[in-house]
Design a protein around this ligand. Structure first.
Ligand code: DAH
Length: 339
């Protein structure tokens, strides 16, 4: 019996030794320790052993079982460590490979110009405020001195939600909303989307953007308006830029003007850009009409102010020499990336 056990031990250890895969080890386990395994068979044949030898043989078999199990376990641990190590070697990361490129967007040219305009006015102490795009007729027209029968209402035909609610045609209603708050002095710009019932073409869109500006304080004069806009034009279009105020009419300002800047492409010589005139129109402005101040609860005998409205797209198109407004709304990254 002793020799038999010694042989089993020998065989088992040799087989474990020569195993090169986990499955092989498992086979060895089954062959020796399994239900029909060699060692199990020995246990089953205990009935043939003399009764007085049985405890001794039993102990030997159990010890051998423990030993084989132990060696199997060690072999398995070793094999697993080796497998892990070679997997790590195989999966080593090549940091010199080019990375997957992340597609990130690009600031829209309108946004780039608006950021610049905001930076300039914030630098002059203005605050950036916002108003609703869906607006009351009162704020969009009435409180801006555009009564129901005023022809200016025809020029700014828009989309009505109800009889007295509409998509705002201009950012000027934010002037009224700011004045109504009753906090003086006011020094704000209000950028935002506006709407008009216009057909789409190279220079029109039913939805575009304006930047409103307003100052209300004691002793504000047209000289302040002129100085402010001259400084603004210099910062946006270059130090040499000149401004020209042409008399105009807006119902909510008196006097009113349209402002041209000297062409920043040709410096005023006249080119394709300024259509030969040397000047480019960029905004409307004026001194806030006393009636407008009064309607919003501000005493025009104590306070005065100026206001202006800039067409954002107009400036973007000029600045980047884009000749079709529709390109701004298609959001094709290949186009936007150029700016
Ligand atoms: N709201 C005017 C428009 O859409 C532009 C404008 C003109 C705004 C004069 C102003 C201003 O604040 O003073 O045509």
């Amino acid at each position: 019996m002793k020799e038999k056990l010694a042989k089993i031990k020998d065989d088992a250890l040799r087989q474990i030794e020569s195993s090169d895969a986990l499955e092989k080890l498992n086979e060895v386990r089954v062959n020796f320790l399994g239900k029909k395994g060699e060692l199990t068979t020995v246990l089953k044949s205990m009935k043939d052993v003399a009764p007085e030898d049985r405890p001794k043989v039993g102990q030997m078999v159990n010890e051998l079982r423990d030993e084989i199990e132990h060696v199997l376990e060690q072999a398995k641990t070793k094999m697993e460590a080796k497998a892990r190590e070679s997997a790590m070697k195989r999966e080593v990361i090549d940091v010199t490979l080019p990375a997957k490129r992340n597609l990130i967007g690009h600031r829209h040219p309108n946004r780039i110009v608006l950021d610049e305009v905001e930076r300039i006015f914030i630098g002059m102490g203005y605050e950036v405020v916002e108003g609703p795009e869906v607006e009351y007729d009162y704020y969009n027209f009435e409180a801006l001195n555009i009564p129901a029968d005023h022809p200016a209402k025809d020029e700014q035909d828009t989309f009505y939600v109800t009889n007295d609610i509409l998509l705002r045609t201009q950012t000027s209603p934010v002037q009224v909303r700011t004045m109504e708050k009753g906090k003086l002095p006011i020094r704000m710009i209000a950028p935002g989307r506006v709407f008009r019932s216009d057909e789409v073409d190279a220079t029109h869109s039913p939805s575009f953007h304006q930047i409103e500006g307003m100052i209300v304080d004691k002793g504000i004069t047209f000289a302040d308006l002129k100085g402010t806009l001259a400084q603004f034009a210099k910062e946006l279009f270059g130090e040499k830029t000149k401004v020209k105020f042409r008399p105009h009419h807006f119902p909510f300002t008196e006097p009113s003007a349209e402002v041209d800047v000297s062409c920043f492409k040709c410096g005023g010589e006249g080119c394709r850009f300024c259509k030969g005139s040397g000047w480019i129109e960029i905004l409307g402005c004026g001194m806030v009409h006393p009636k407008v101040l009064k309607m919003s609860g501000i005493d025009p005998d104590i306070y005065s102010g100026f206001a202006f409205g800039i067409g954002l797209e107009r400036i973007t198109l000029l600045k980047y020499e884009i000749d079709d407004m529709r390109l701004l709304y298609e959001n094709d990254v290949r186009f936007l990336k150029q700016f």
